[in-house]
Design a protein. Structure first.
Length: 461
């Protein structure tokens, strides 16, 4: 099967470009924590990143690829960094990324020529048990299924999962159509890929609860299509209930949830209505990055599709949700994004979660420079004077172009955001260096590698 579109340029099956041809050599820019166990955050285009990872020998080594690419929504997306609580309302707004594919820009054909080769490249990273999850909505999910059918074959299809991302309220409910409240997760896998769907607890009405002779609570359901052999096996396990008339039912023993309510444990299917949208997450989880997904969603995906220690890749990393979920579950993450706002947001978020991190960039990727950084150094105290409200900043040293952070601070988002601490206590040394990260993705440097002529330094005592 082959999906066609006007002006199609992507040719599936072409020999992939080498990292040299793509100009995709990765340059280390910063290291925080243990470099051997560090997650990797790469500033650059996904094609360049994958080409470089293949050159490193990571082709066929990745158990899980998750991407949340643009949806062909014909919109611009703005990141909003709140500096105060809702009573004050001060916020910084910065363009995070564009998702415009008008007729003049090539329309859906241009969108597919952007997305298809990146999906093709990512599938080359998959291990024999690996899966690729592509998160989209109604605009592009059907197109991506056709593309992945072409790349991996229809037999590689595993699931199409529907996540209810929002309630049907407001204009959506009154729009004259069924509310578009759903996102789609398209899942394809290699030959040994196996998913382990989790279970969830569903409360049972007290009137439907029964108790067996051993005092165990249960509910029951008709035997359905169970064979006689299966019934005999369940009977030996004490899981068959027979009525006075001789009808056979299957027992499902109940457990209590955190509130002490008796529940039946059910296997999660392909309709996910139990993962709350981001608006219901704790305020401290919401970064202000547009289209951020809830951490609970990524934790479910990572837990069911990978093992502890597995490698997880996301080349449309956005706010870094994949990374923080992978870190919490004991996986290693390689994240990439070409938006400097995304890189700044994800970096700060990962470090707030105390994740060891290596920040890199592809050859030719430029970082906006933050102007007017001012620092005061007095004895073992380093104080950031300007900017006064950074997203994050760090103190360390720079060796061979790599910044090694020994102290860092990040703003903590929430109903009342907590500003980053502006003073660090670190040993005084001549090669001291400071990096400042701003909400617009710009980065400022003060210290040995840049000189200090145009930057303020307090007298050393």
């Amino acid at each position: 099967m082959r999906l066609t579109w006007p002006g199609r340029q992507w040719r599936e099956g072409d020999e992939p470009p080498t990292s040299t041809e793509r100009g995709a050599t990765l340059t280390a820019a910063e290291l925080v924590g243990d470099g051997r166990a560090a997650h990797r955050l790469v500033h650059g285009d996904g094609l360049d990143v994958v080409a470089s990872l293949e050159a490193e020998g990571l082709g066929g080594q990745v158990d899980l690829v998750y991407v949340d690419p643009p949806y062909a929504s014909d919109r611009d997306y703005v990141a909003e960094a709140r500096l105060d609580g809702p009573a004050d309302g001060r916020a910084l707004r910065t363009l995070a990324y564009e998702d415009r594919w008008s007729y003049e820009r090539g329309g859906v054909g241009a969108y597919l020529d952007m997305l298809a080769p990146r999906l093709d490249a990512l599938t080359r990273l998959l291990s024999p048990r690996g899966t690729i999850w592509v998160h989209l909505d109604w605009r592009a999910a059907y197109l991506v299924r056709s593309i992945l059918d072409e790349i991996l074959g229809r037999d590689a299809f595993k699931n199409e999962i529907v996540w209810r991302r929002a309630p049907n309220l407001g204009r959506q409910a009154a729009s004259g159509q069924f509310g578009r409240t759903l996102d789609t997760l398209v899942v394809y896998g290699r030959e040994k890929a196996t998913l382990r769907p989790p279970t969830r607890l569903e409360p049972i009405e007290p009137s439907a609860i029964r108790w067996d002779d051993e005092g165990r609570p249960f509910t029951s359901a008709p035997r359905g299509d169970y064979t006689d052999a299966s019934i005999a096996k369940l009977d030996a396990e004490g899981r068959v209930h027979r009525t006075a008339s001789g009808r056979v039912y299957i027992k499902y023993f109940l457990v209590k949830n955190g509130e002490g309510v008796l529940c039946r444990e059910r296997r999660v299917d392909a309709l996910w209505t139990d993962v709350a949208p981001l608006r219901h997450a704790a305020a401290s989880e919401r970064t202000g990055y547009p289209t951020q997904k809830p951490r609970a969603l990524l934790e479910r995906i990572i837990a069911c599709a990978s093992e502890p220690g597995s490698l997880v890749v996301d080349t449309f990393a956005g706010s870094g949700t994949t990374g923080v979920a992978a870190h919490a579950l004991g996986r290693r993450a390689i994240l990439a994004d070409k938006s400097p706002v995304a890189i700044a947001t994800a970096r700060a978020r990962l470090l707030r979660d105390e994740a060891p991190l290596r920040v890199e960039r592809t050859a030719g990727t430029s970082v906006p420079e933050a102007k007017g950084v001012k620092v005061q150094v007095k004895a073992d105290r380093v104080r950031l004077v300007e900017p006064a409200e950074p997203l994050a900043w760090a103190v360390g040293t720079e060796e061979l172009g790599v910044f090694h952070a020994t102290w860092h601070a990040e703003r903590v988002p929430g109903a009342k955001p907590v500003p980053a601490a502006l003073e660090a206590r670190v040993p005084r040394r001549p090669d001291l260096c400071v990096r400042v990260f701003c909400d617009d993705g710009s980065v400022g440097t003060w210290g040995a590698s840049r000189g200090k002529g145009d930057l303020a330094e307090g007298a050393s005592t």
